[in-house]
Design a protein. Sequence first.
Length: 262
Amino acid sequence: MKIGVTVSKDASEDLIHKAKEAARELNLPWMERRDTLEETGGEDCEGLLEFTRKCPVYRTRDNLYKFHLGTAKLRIAQMKHGHADRLVKLLPDKEYLTVVDATFGAGGDSIVLSWALQGKGQIISLEKSPVLWAIGQSGISGFSDADEDVLQAIRRIHLIHDDFAHWLQQAKSNSVDVVYFDTMFRHPVKKDINNRNAFRNAACYDVLTEDVLTQAVRAARCRVIVKERPFSPVFKNPAFTYVDSKKGQSTAYGVIVCQNKD
């Protein structure tokens, strides 16, 4: 898949320089901005990481993705009103937690987890996609359209450009408390298909293999949590202690309690 880097029409020389540097660091081709995005990218370009005055966005022929709170805003609002969050309640009861979100994606889960920890812990997020990493990094440092407590939660996220298989191989045993996976669904929830086309185009679809799961259990002191469709074959792995699945819900959470660690 060919993805290029460019700038908005009104880009300053400083912004052009910044975009060119990003293209070099992300190992993506630089494309001089033309009158239209189609002319800029050419027929074989599927998407453009476009640097604008505010933040980078990702454009495909029919869709756009930029950093936003998404459902994290509603989930945090619910927690503020005393309601439990499905993911947060699966965390171990510990005063300080180091949580690895192995698949940052749009950042919603990382934001929710960071807010829930209230600074009593660390969120390390991994993202393999150069596009989603660049947009996420910009959002973490510069997003401002939220309450101050949410902004502080976003700022506390440590986002790393790496894929989870490589990162976990390098991780020391028992070095973090929780490893969380939310890999991209090959078969998306129907309501998400149309409004997430650009995001899905930029995302990586690495599979959660048995070896990766083993590495996660080795690295985690307390738990490994996997979000998947309820019918996912990954939950057939006997390593899972239990699966949190609710009737009518399109997703489920598999939990591995790390024996003799938790």
